[in-house]
Design a binder for this molecule. Structure first.
Ligand SMILES: Nc1ncnc2c1ncn2[C@@H]1O[C@H](COP(=O)(O)OP(=O)(O)OP(=O)(O)O)[C@@H](O)[C@H]1O
Ligand SMILES: [Mg+2]
Length: 499
């Protein structure tokens, strides 16, 4: 290892001296020729290969994606190893900063037993032209050095490894966005729906999501398999998309789960408001505009639109008669402003055009009433996984107790467990009842408050169940009486007498 260092050090020093000599003593017009010969000589003598990755490349000098990926990869590695570091503000956040290798700093790393050297460098353009950009004449680049006997390994595996790692780190460090579509009326009166976005900073995570542990692990596994399934989806010839249907009563954590999914996957969220989409064409445009690595959400799909596809269209004559009536005319105008997205339009978008969009996307529908949905919408293949979010169980309560009160065990947990088995209370209500409301509240008082609310809810539910049972009994008695009356009437008719 030591000898490798000294050979490399000698070569690096020789190269630097050669460059300095050329720079200082060789006339400008033959400098480029001199450099060519120096490079040839170095290549001939040196057992090392150097690869340069410039910051800007191409004819239009765009920032190279390769350089950015390497920079991110090295930021992760260099902040522990390099001794000369540079602090720069992170792109998306005001309070964060990134530590990276300073110019002319070097780090080494070992890949599959092979040692490589990374050096960050910068050259200054000597032209004295005035530039609008303060450091546009600075050209930064990374140099990767390795022994020529490892050429194949580095070219075939190492560089790909650095790029993949760099890209995935960049993705994890980026600021997630929440997109929503809203309606704009253009000059010609044409209604157009457009995406606008804000920073997505929802704190929900799977660890803080209160639900059955096994069901939660299953969902996490499913998401993980999907995210790592690029090759698999390609192999089976299926678009890299997955559909989830989240259903359950209000306040059971459907929206919270979507936020947890986004944070887990590092995906942006597109919250699609169907009522703000004029027609199927606009829907298609909106879906095509979504980017890869995103979750497209349609909340409360049952109330979003009349998605049964049986929209009643008035006949021409009826329409023109309505137009004479001022009240009906306004109604008609309002109807024209209504969304005309149909179930078949939505299904076509999901199956067809948008499936052809490159990249990974997840689509999530939520509903409070599973049985209200058209079976076509939720058939397998369209909605790959149906997830029920239900009333709070004991396991879910324990997660909430940890989140809200920071406790894993308490004597009162047993009482809560007993009550939850017999009472339907949503996680949202459990959380609300357990939350400390004043300075004097502690774990015990909060749990007692929850127990009190659970007892009240239990009584109410028992009362309701009793009433319902009575009503059903009454109904049954009425039906029986009606049936026997009908039977008696029939007998009178047939036999002409009553028993
Ligand atoms: N399973 C859960 N785990 C953790 N917190 C939850 C859970 N369910 C509900 N909550 C809490 O209750 C609030 C409301 O939940 P959320 O909005 O996710 O319910 P929802 O199922 O989407 O309801 P809706 O059907 O009305 O849209 C959340 O802000 C969260 O704090
Ligand atoms: Mg919701």
């Amino acid at each position: 290892m030591g000898s490798e260092w000294s050979i490399l050090g000698t070569f690096t020093a020789t190269i630097m001296i050669a460059y300095t000599v050329i720079d200082k003593f060789v006339p400008t017009h033959i400098r480029s020729y001199a450099l060519i010969y120096v490079h040839k000589l170095i290549g001939f003598l040196s057992p090392y290969i150097h690869i340069t990755f410039p910051e800007f490349s191409g004819e239009r000098l765009q920032r190279s994606e390769l350089f950015t990926a390497i920079q991110t990869y090295l930021i992760q590695n260099s902040s522990q190893r390099a001794r000369k570091l540079k602090a720069e503000p992170a792109n998306d956040s005001h309070n964060k900063f990134l530590l990276s290798m300073d110019d002319n700093e070097e780090i080494t790393e070992t890949f599959q037993g092979v040692k490589v050297w990374w050096v960050s460098n910068k050259t200054m353009n000597k032209s004295q032209s005035i530039s609008f950009y303060p450091s546009s004449d600075e050209k930064r680049f990374y140099t990767l050095t390795f022994h020529k006997r490892h050429r194949d390994l580095i070219a075939s595996s190492y560089i790909t490894h650095v790029l993949e790692q760099g890209k995935s780190l960049k993705l994890k460090n980026r600021q997630l966005k929440l997109y929503t579509n809203s309606c704009h009326t253009s000059w010609g009166g044409y209604r157009k729906s457009k995406w606008s976005h804000v920073v997505f900073e929802h704190p929900a995570r799977f660890e803080t999501l209160a639900m059955d542990k096994k069901a939660k692990e299953e969902i996490i596994d499913d998401l993980d398999t999907f995210q790592n399934g690029k090759e698999y989806y390609k192999k089976i010839g299926k678009a890299w998309k997955r559909g989830y249907l989240l259903y359950g009563p209000p306040g059971t954590g459907k929206s919270t789960m979507i936020a947890a999914m986004a944070n887990f996957m590092y995906y942006d969220v597109y919250d699609l408001e169907l009522t703000a989409v004029k027609d199927n064409t606009q829907l298609r445009t909106l879906l095509i505009e979504t980017t890869s690595k995103s979750i497209i959400v349609i909340e409360d799909i049952d109330c979003s639109l009349d998605l049964t596809g049986k929209r009643v269209v008035k006949k021409g004559k009826e329409k023109s008669e309505d137009a004479k009536d001022p009240v009906k005319k306004t109604e008609q105008e309002e109807n024209n402003n209504e969304s005309k997205v149909t179930l078949s339009g939505l299904l076509n978008c999901i199956d067809g055009i948008w499936s052809g969009c490159a990249g990974e996307r997840i689509i999530v529908f939520t509903t409070n009433y599973l049985d209200k949905l058209d079976p076509a919408l939720i058939r397998s293949g369209r909605m790959d996984k149906k997830i029920e979010l239900s009333y709070c169980c004991y396991e879910a309560f324990k997660v909430l107790a940890k989140n809200y009160l920071d406790v894993d065990h308490h004597d009162l947990f047993h009482d809560v467990e007993g009550l939850l088995e017999k009472t339907n209370m949503t996680p949202a209500d459990v959380a609300e009842n357990m939350m400390p409301k004043s300075k004097g509240d502690n774990v015990e008082t909060c749990l007692k408050k929850l127990i009190e609310s659970l007892e009240k809810a239990k009584k109410k539910q028992e009362e309701e169940a009793r009433k319902k049972e009575e009503e059903e009994k009454e109904q049954l008695a009425m039906e029986e009486a009606k049936e026997s009356d009908e039977k008696a009437g029939k007998e009178v008719k047939e036999n002409g007498f009553v028993h």
